[in-house]
Design a protein around this ligand. Structure first.
Ligand code: FES
Length: 120
């Protein structure tokens, strides 16, 4: 059966404290959901584009998250990056319905080509 792109309920809004993020697996996508101190929610792939660090222990500053390994700063709104990262991180469409955070999943996660493994 073909995958049907849709919003999936992931967490309650109270599961993620303001200024924090938490990891979740959604249809095989390893993601974080972050809540800014201003109360906005964002979803992003839980993998830094620089050297594959998990982002779930990154610090939230305003609308950005800092990678815990080398400190690259990523905009939670669009995934855009600062140094030393050289590429953005995928972000996911998110909506809050009542007290539930829902994330839009387009399809199965992209598999990294073997030739790219270990490169940064
Ligand atoms: S692994 Fe994230 S900045 Fe290097």
């Amino acid at each position: 059966m073909a995958f049907e792109p849709q919003f999936f309920p992931v967490a309650k809004t109270t599961d993620i404290a303001p200024g924090k993020c938490a990891p979740f697996m959604v249809e095989e996508h390893d993601i974080i959901i972050a809540q800014t101190k201003a109360g906005d929610f964002y979803a992003m792939k839980n993998l830094c584009s620089h050297a594959d660090a998990k982002m779930d222990t990154g610090r939230i500053r305003g609308n950005h998250i800092m990678c815990p390994l080398h400190g690259a700063r990523f905009d939670l709104r669009d995934g855009s990056h600062g140094p030393p990262a050289f590429a953005p991180i995928k972000v996911y469409e998110l909506r809050v319905v009542d007290d539930m955070v829902e994330v839009f999943i387009e399809g199965p996660p992209e598999k990294k080509p073997a030739s790219a493994m270990g490169m940064f």
